[in-house]
Write a new protein. Structure first.
Lengths: 116, 114
């Protein structure tokens, strides 16, 4: 069965600290995609990254970085030098199947609070 | 370019009623997906429409239905509302849909069922 686990319900950090959000997934497929989304207080989800199961290279985008490890079924997200604007709920998601038939499985989200 | 718009933003209904939510995608986007977000169940995929056809469906009862018009605008309907249908309903649009296409989300419609 497909499943995404975000064990951290809420994390609070002080501005400029680094923070890592954990994501562990379960799937029987060999081809799948992993995503991270940010949901600020305004409500709309914002796409951050998509990674396919054949690409285990880590990715860095500004202060954001992602570590994908198939051996541990994890796709963790690190924010370096956090800022107050990073405060949001972050969702990890898994998608399987072909482009014609697929669905997204979301984790329960991690609420990040960055304190000034 | 205008983003995804959803109307209404807030809605209060009573059990047994039905409700229709609307989503206008970004201009040029032909795929619209719907999601339900509740504190208990989290974010769940409802269905996706592309070119007026339902292309994917999540695990929701038949009370949840949708449609898409020729201008790509989409509506979602929930009949015989239950208390558990209280949720934030999010709509997302993308150019052609699919896993490789980036989804852009609207602000959602918050439905409260009394």
């Amino acid at each position: 069965a497909q499943k995404v686990t975000q064990a951290q319900t809420e994390i609070s950090v002080v501005e400029k600290e680094d923070v890592t959000l954990d994501c562990v997934y379960e799937t029987r497929d060999t081809t799948y995609y992993l995503f991270w989304y940010k949901q600020p207080p305004s409500g709309e989800l914002v796409f951050l990254i998509r990674r396919n199961s054949f690409d285990e290279q880590n990715e860095i985008s500004g202060r954001y970085s992602w570590n994908f490890q198939k051996s541990t079924s994890s796709f963790n997200f690190t924010i370096t030098a956090s800022q107050v604007v990073d405060s949001a709920v972050y969702f990890c998601a898994l998608s399987e199947g072909t482009s014609g038939t697929y669905k997204y499985i979301f984790g329960t989200g991690t609420r990040l609070k960055v304190l000034a | 370019k205008a983003g995804v718009t959803q109307t209404p933003r807030y809605l209060i209904k009573t059990r047994g009623q039905q409700v229709t939510l609307s989503c206008s995608p970004i201009s040029g986007h032909r795929s619209v997906s719907w999601y339900q977000q509740t504190p208990g169940q989290g974010l769940q995929f409802l269905f996706e429409y592309f070119s007026e056809t339902q292309r994917n469906k999540g695990n929701f009862p038949g009370r949840f239905s949708g449609r898409q018009f020729s201008n790509s605008r989409s509506e979602m309907n929930v009949s015989t509302l239950e208390l558990g249908d209280s949720a934030l309903y999010l709509c997302a649009s993308s150019l052609v849909g699919g896993i490789l296409d980036t989804q852009y989300f609207g602000p959602g419609t918050r439905l409260t069922v009394l």
